[in-house]
Design a protein around this ligand. Structure first.
Ligand SMILES: [Fe+2]
Ligand SMILES: [Fe+2]
Length: 383
């Protein structure tokens, strides 16, 4: 029986995302689950298994009003989001090669777990994902992949931030403002995950995979970060390259009409509020903003891997007072392969490294920070 609040789905293993127009004008989603006939409520439920699957429907439980976010999402323009490209930073050091090899091994396992394949020419950037039907992905498979991907992607920023936090406490010195950027990345990835959970609730198999993967991945990453944080940031940079490839494929699938179920699928409220999307934002816009986030993570982590882990300030936390290209939280000046130290506003990062600078010694900055190429950069807001 269909009603405004409840729908019974009788087709097992059919996906949860086709909208049906109702006479009342309210759109609800038809859903099928992996195991037999299920009833899904669109109202808020205390049982997380029955969380609403219809984004932005009038039946969806309103989000609680919280105070302002600690990590507000930057605003991206449509042109900036459309301009995101698949890119690859060539491995230059032994650490880079180790990171790249680890990502390739993980990718194989990940593809296996989520039933994903794609043309290797697309991954290498030699061929666009547009106009090919090879390795067709269904909406179910995409969502399984996104959920698994995002549940893992939220780990490195938190683990790295935690280690640097403990390091700062233990060694009684400043962190050079890396922690906040790392935690912000973890928060951003978790919001990606929560967004996709509005479209599909994973079954027992996926939950078990996520549990096992997190247990293994967190511990491995934690130990690896203690040994070589630089290699770990490179590793995350390479993972984010893969994430951009995956989302580019999904976006191309929608734009080529290969996922008709998603053409009018609305973004959930949690995503509209966090990403600052319009009230009628759809899945395509959602994937574009998430892909832009991944591209930013790609740049940030490649950049951090280029810096001295103990000495350099986080260039994303500095304030640049002129219009020259420099690292930003938004998409203003993108460098997919990361900023080299010497590229950052005429080498301002190196300026901090000069002997005798207060930053290096962990002392309290007095007044303006050291400058590079006439750029004024302040340190007073970072720790
Ligand atoms: Fe993500
Ligand atoms: Fe990411």
């Amino acid at each position: 029986m269909l009603s405004a609040t409840t729908i019974r789905a009788s087709a097992p293993a059919i996906l949860a995302t086709k909208h049906l127009p109702l006479a009342s004008g309210i759109r609800v989603a038809s859903c099928g689950l992996l195991h037999g006939v299920q009833t899904r409520k669109f109202t808020g439920s205390t049982n997380s298994f029955f969380l609403a699957t219809t984004p932005k429907s009038k039946q969806e439980r309103p989000l609680k009003a919280f105070r302002e976010r600690s990590f507000p999402h930057p605003v991206y323009t449509e042109a900036q989001m459309n301009d995101i490209k698949i890119a690859h930073r060539k491995a230059k050091t032994w650490g880079d090669w180790v990171a790249l090899a680890a990502v390739r091994v993980m990718r194989k396992c990940f593809d296996l777990a989520t039933g994903y394949k794609h043309d290797s020419e697309i991954a290498s950037g030699n061929k666009t994902p547009y106009g090919t039907n090879a390795f067709h992905m269904t909406p179910q498979k995409w969502l399984a992949r996104f959920i698994f991907l995002e549940s893992i992607a939220g780990v490195p920023g938190m683990a790295a931030g935690m280690i640097r936090h403990l390091n700062s406490l233990r060694r009684l010195k400043r962190d050079n403002a890396w922690i906040e950027t790392l935690l912000e990345e973890a928060y951003n990835e978790r919001l990606h995950l929560l967004t996709f959970l509005h479209y599909r609730q994973p079954g027992l198999f996926m939950r078990t995979m996520i549990l096992g993967a997190q247990g293994i991945f967190f511990n491995l990453f934690f130990i690896s970060y203690l040994v070589s944080p630089r290699t770990c940031h490179r590793f995350v940079g390479y993972i984010e390259e893969e994430a951009v490839i995956t989302y580019t494929r999904a976006i191309a699938d929608i734009e080529n009409g290969r996922i008709p179920e998603w053409e009018n699928l609305l973004a959930p409220d949690i995503a509209i509020k966090y990403f600052g999307l319009g009230p009628d934002a759809n899945m395509l816009e959602l994937l574009k903003v998430i892909r832009a986030d991944e591209a930013k993570h790609r740049e940030v982590n490649h950049t951090l891997a280029n810096l001295s882990q103990d000495e350099d300030p986080n260039p994303y936390a500095l304030i640049y007072e002129d219009g020259k290209p420099h690292p930003t939280k938004g998409l203003d000046f993108m460098k997919p392969e990361g900023w080299e130290k010497g590229d950052i506003d005429g080498g301002v990062v190196e300026e901090y490294m000069k002997p005798g600078k207060e930053w290096k010694t962990g002392g309290k900055p007095s007044g303006g920070a050291p400058t590079g190429s006439g750029t004024t950069t302040t340190t007073s807001q970072v720790a």
